[in-house]
Structure formats: structure tokens, C-alpha cells
Design a binder for this molecule. Structure first.
Ligand code: 5BU
Length: 260
């Protein structure tokens, strides 16, 4: 199922403000590459962000794997993000009841709602989970990414569950900016951003269930919008050179689509 609209057109029909911002950012910066900075030391993440920041639209974090975390990390990352014009995505995968996720989003050590432009949410608890984010999202006009499919072997986010997640997104567009998925399905409307992890050139998977596809396959054949690349870039001896390759592959795949 192809989307025949360019990112700049989709920016105009998006409802969530961060979806509009990301579509416009991709169109102007000409990149649909997101990098997963899964490093456990804050300086390593900042060094990576500084070196590849010019190539990406989004930097994805797992804030709770950082061993020396403190709030200086956030201000340093925000400075690099505004210098290089990318957005910050905390892949927290919230999954509890609304009242609990509100605390997890706004409070605790990380105070995610203060700095994350987007966060991931599982729908397993039901659509009322979205109520827990409403206050926090208003702080920065941020957006939710619902987990419609996962890249890992044996994922249970399939079939009717996937359909329910798409419906949850379509019913809550003020809060939901997009979906994490492995393919564009018919019901995924053009005002949602589709982001896909499990992307690498030189590997088909790891020993813990991850499964990889190439940028061309995901963007051109599976028709999603953004690739998320982790180890393929940060474990390379030259992350910047490698990021340039992934950026070119995913952008060229986007440009090769038939738009009207
Ligand atoms: P990798 O090193 O490219 O395998 O990292 C992939 C990243 O995307 C990593 O941070 C995962 O937590 C994240 N991820 C994923 O791999 N698959 C999924 O379905 C989802 C997130 Br949702």
C-alpha cells in the first residue's frame, strides 16, 4: 500500500503538532534516518549525537540504560539537537494504566515529558492509557508513537492486535503522531508517521531475536517513512561514514516512490 504524498504534503494534514514538525524537518533536511543511540555512557551518546547529528531526523534514546545519567546529559543533548536540527525520541514503551504512566512520563529521575519530543506506548492496557499522557504532552507539543508491530522474532503485536493499535492511533490523533511498524497497512493514514526499527545492511539478525531488513526494503517495498538504525551505525568503526550511507539509502528509496 503506497502513500502517494510527499512529507511536506503530509505535514499539512497531520493533526499532532510533532508529526507536522517531523514531516517538515524530514522534507527540509532531506533525511528519513533515525539513529538508536543505545550506549550506556552519557559522553559516548553525546559524541555520537555530535558526529551524526547532521545526518538524522531523530535520535532515539533508552534513557534508563545510561549508567552515569544526570540532568546535565539532557541539556547537553538538547543543545546538540538544536544545533543539528533533530528531534529526541525516548523509546520508553509505556504499558501500564493511565494513572501510573502519567507518573512514569512526568516524574521520577528522568522526567521524560520535559525533554522527549516523542515516546513509545504499548496499547495492551487499552486506549485509556492515552489519558495519562495528555497533560505531559502539552508541555512541548510532543507526540505518542503506538507500537503496532515489533521487529523481533515471535512478536505478539500481530494481526487483530495490530489493527486495534492502528484504530487507537486514528481515534487519538491529537496525541498520537505515528506508529512503530514493519510495513504500511491500508488503514495507516497519511497523517501518521511510520517508523521502523530492525534495519541493518550487513546482518539478518542477532542472537536475541532481533530481525533485520535493509533500508531499501523497508522504505520502498514496505512503504514506511523512517528507518531506525542502532548497532549498524554506533557499533561501526566509523559511525559518521556509515550514517551517511544509511541516510542516502533510505532517502533515495523515499525519492524513488511514485508521488502525485
Ligand atoms: P539495533 O541495534 O538496530 O538492533 O537497535 C534497534 C533499536 O530499536 C533498539 O533500541 C530497540 O530497543 C528498538 N526496537 C526494536 O529493535 N524493535 C522494535 O520492534 C521496537 C524497538 Br518497538
Amino acid at each position: 500500500v503506497a502513500s502517494n504524498k510527499r512529507f511536506e504534503e503530509r505535514a499539512k494534514i497531520a493533526v499532532n503538532p510533532m508529526a507536522t514538525k517531523l514531516f517538515n524537518l524530514m522534507a527540509s533536511k532531506k533525511t528519513n534516518l533515525a539513529v538508536a543511540a543505545d550506549l550506556t555512557n552519557k559522553q559516548e551518546i553525546l559524541n555520537l549525537a555530535e558526529s551524526i547529528g547532521s545526518e538524522i531526523c531523530v535520535l532515539k534514546t533508552h534513557i534508563d540504560i545510561i549508567e552515569d545519567y544526570d540532568q546535565t546529559f539532557i541539556s547537553a543533548l538538547e543543545a546538540i539537537a538544536s544545533k543539528h536540527n533533530f528531534l529526541i525520541f525516548e523509546d520508553r514503551k509505556f504499558a501500564d494504566i493511565g494513572n501510573t504512566v502519567k507518573y512514569q512520563f512526568e516524574n521520577g529521575v528522568y522526567q521524560i515529558s520535559k525533554w522527549a519530543h516523542m515516546v513509545t506506548v504499548h496499547g495492551v492496557a487499552g486506549s485509556a492509557i492515552i489519558e495519562g499522557f495528555k497533560d505531559g504532552l502539552k508541555q512541548n507539543g510532543s507526540g505518542l508513537l503506538l507500537l503496532a508491530q515489533m521487529s523481533s522474532k515471535g512478536s505478539m503485536c500481530v494481526g487483530e492486535y495490530t489493527n486495534q493499535m492502528i484504530e487507537m492511533a486514528n481515534n487519538n490523533k491529537e496525541q498520537v503522531m505515528g506508529l512503530i511498524c514493519q510495513e504500511r497497512l491500508q488503514s495507516m493514514t497519511d497523517n501518521l508517521v511510520l517508523m521502523t526499527p530492525g534495519v541493518q545492511f550487513n546482518s539478518t539478525g542477532d542472537k536475541m531475536g532481533q530481525q533485520y531488513n535493509t533500508p531499501e526494503y523497508i522504505i520502498k517495498e514496505k512503504n514506511t517513512d523512517i528507518i531506525i538504525v542502532g548497532r549498524g551505525i554506533y557499533q561501526n568503526s566509523q559511525p559518521k561514514t556509515e550514517a551517511i550511507k544509511y541516510r542516502a539509502a533510505s532517502w533515495n528509496a523515499y525519492e524513488s516512490k511514485n508521488f502525485n
